[in-house]
Write a protein that binds this ligand. Sequence first.
Ligand code: ATP
Length: 442
Amino acid sequence: MSRAVTMEKVVNLAKRRGFAFQSSEIYGGLASCWDYGPVGIELKRNVKEAWWREMVLTRSDIVGIDCSILMHPRVWEASGHVAGFTDPMVDCKKCKERFRADKLSDARCPERPSKRPGECGGELTEARQFNLMFKTFMGPVEESANVVFMRPETAQGIFVNFLNILNSSRQKVPFGIAQIGKSFRNEITPGNFLFRTREFEQMEMEFFVKPGEDDKWYEYWRERRLQWYQQYGIRSENLRLREHEKDELAHYAKGCVDVEYQFPFGWSELEGIANRTDFDLKRHAEYSGKDISYYNEETKERFVPYVIEPAAGADRATLAFLVDAYDEDEAEGETRAVLRFHPRIAPVKAAVFPLMRKDGQPEKAMEVLALLRRHFPVQYDQAGSIGRRYRRQDEIGTPFGITVDHQTMQDSTVTLRERDTMQQVRLPIDRLVDELKRRIEI
Ligand code: ATP
């Protein structure tokens, strides 16, 4: 399929149909912050639910957790974030704009967008390290003793709760702890809509294994995580795994691979799968003075587990699902945008339409709506021609359209139209819920 998609089209559709809006737009907007609208929030919730289902609900070896965003400042000393969570930054002496020194080839001069920073005649400063953590103050006194950080990743909440989970659940190594939640990074150059923002949601899982079994689990998770995106409809030609070069690896990581997606702006990271070794648990043991290790009752061995971490971004994944679903085709002589979401990811599962606004059809359609609403997010639409109503739903990716017509009033059957094939079948109203469930489950 040719890729009709551009970021501009996606951003326009997202605004027009209520997926995402610029934050504080009426005040001129706040850079790199976005608000999800009525359909966007359902899309993102479905992405997170698909992840939670895969990582937690369908497994007996992974449990969930939800940690606070503010944590003890020592956590970030132990994790290495205070000293090392930095990006190299350069300033343009001419326009005063700041850029990430390691991403200059992706950046554009704000005054001469056809040029890269430094190629526009402006001189760049030497690179300086810039810490990406947001700071705030806890309590009423704004002094350095009260500084706390907004977490830049959810992972550390998991590591510091390792003993709590071990003592309160019946998990044995190998097992994992999963978390979905907000993280904050004062990115130097955010951009590309939801791709890089300063406030975002992560979906992270730390899988604790016996040292020596880490390579096996690393292989396992890299394949599993790639499959997950495909399973929910992202085309495999737009996905790839990219192994990090040795010099790209964080100093504690033994291996790291990115799941990348081919966005209109190029191949970019959706998720990283890293072998974090025993670095984090050992550091927290050292900084807290607690024995953070695991005792295997059967083999009488004590060890500090190694950790395999699949770390994904909920907003980046949502953007990838949106971009990948975007398509255009011709319907009734017009170009229509259609989002070909997998039914499980689609924000609205079905729309109910009365063919005519008379003969009891709207009332019947409302009955069908009430029946479906108990099971799925559904919408009702009676405005305009039936073709126009289908197109409105195609634009938000609703996979099924249900029409109540003259025949419905005689025999209680409706037509069910599928978004992509546009094929219609007729079926009794009392079979509708089961039929939709069957089709959505795929
Ligand atoms: P990048 O190289 O793109 O800055 P990263 O390698 O620093 O990302 P990780 O620390 O591995 O990212 O975070 C795990 C995931 O969290 C990323 O794969 C991404 O999906 C998401 N993520 C990280 N930073 C951001 C951001 N600023 N905006 C949106 N999502 C983000």
